[in-house]
Design a protein around this ligand. Structure first.
Ligand code: SAM
Length: 254
């Protein structure tokens, strides 16, 4: 897979891709990440990427020409929309999820367009981008950090990127769609805070049952919205009923 990132601040990408899973994936040739300076696709001597908004108002807006030129330069004028994604980072986009990361991980090429200022001329969203993606309901100063988030979420899903593929199948938002269970490590007793006995019992079936119950309890408490679409067994539903009954009427303690 190859990522092309379009930005006016290419220096921001020095570092984030040089650690951990993304670094290993690059070294193994699983992914190539190329960062382009949007100003290299301007034609005026001031290398202008932005202009004032039509209709008046504060701030500046990214012009369409350098962005169209940059995308056409890295992908060619025609590209296979099945295997290539052109992603505009914008708070007005669909909110990024693990399911979207899994879908995008099937692409051969992904171009990420990082806006700044008041955003990007709408013709980019309408006529160039295949996806408009937001990383959450808040407004950042630019698309660079969202681009880093999206690259990392996708790269760790590429076959061979994780040390243990099994862990991606069990983690939060994976196949069943609920949160991961809590994890503990040594020491078994830290300042009197003991690890749950079941984890020290060596009884694998009991441990699996406890983990599933804890994953359901955490999802119910922190992300009940996920339960609406989760894949649940009859036993899961029974456990959830029990957990709901035990829940205080208003859980404002956390
Ligand atoms: N005027 C825009 C609005 O209210 O929707 C906000 C523009 S924002 C200050 C500048 C740029 O930051 C955007 O063009 C986008 O690339 C990026 N950005 C900010 N928040 C984002 C988010 N939650 N997800 C993805 N990109 C974001």
């Amino acid at each position: 897979m190859r990522f092309d990132i379009l930005t006016i601040f290419p220096e921001m990408f020095r570092g984030p891709f040089d650690y951990g899973i993304v670094r290993r994936a690059r070294e193994r040739g699983l992914v190539e990440i190329v960062v382009h300076n949007l100003r290299d696709f301007t034609t005026d001597k001031h290398r202008t990427v932005d202009d004032r908004p039509f209709g008046g108002g504060e701030g500046m807006v990214f012009k369409p020409e350098p962005i169209f030129r940059a995308v056409e330069s890295v992908l060619g004028e025609r590209f296979d929309r099945e295997r290539v994604a052109v992603v505009l980072l914008t708070p007005q986009g669909r909110v990024f999820t693990q399911a979207m990361a899994r879908q995008l991980a099937q692409c051969a090429r992904i171009v990420l367009i990082c806006g700044r200022y008041e955003g990007v001329d709408e013709r980019v969203a309408e006529h160039l981008a295949t996806h408009e993606i937001s990383i959450g309901d808040y407004v950042l100063a630019g698309g660079e950090i969202p681009a880093m988030v999206i690259v990392e979420a996708i790269v760790r899903l590429l076959p061979g990127a994780l040390g243990c593929e099994e862990s991606a199948r069990r983690e939060s938002f994976a196949e069943g769609g609920i949160l991961d269970h809590p994890q503990y490590t040594r020491p078994a007793d830290f300042r009197g805070l003991r690890v749950p006995d079941v984890l020290l019992s060596g009884h694998h079936a009991e441990i699996a049952r406890w983990r599933r119950r804890m994953a359901l309890a955490k999802t119910l408490r922190n992300r009940p919205d996920l339960l609406e679409k989760a894949v649940l067994s009859d036993e899961d539903r029974r456990v959830l009923e029990e957990l709901r009954r035990a829940l205080p009427k208003t859980d404002e303690s956390r």
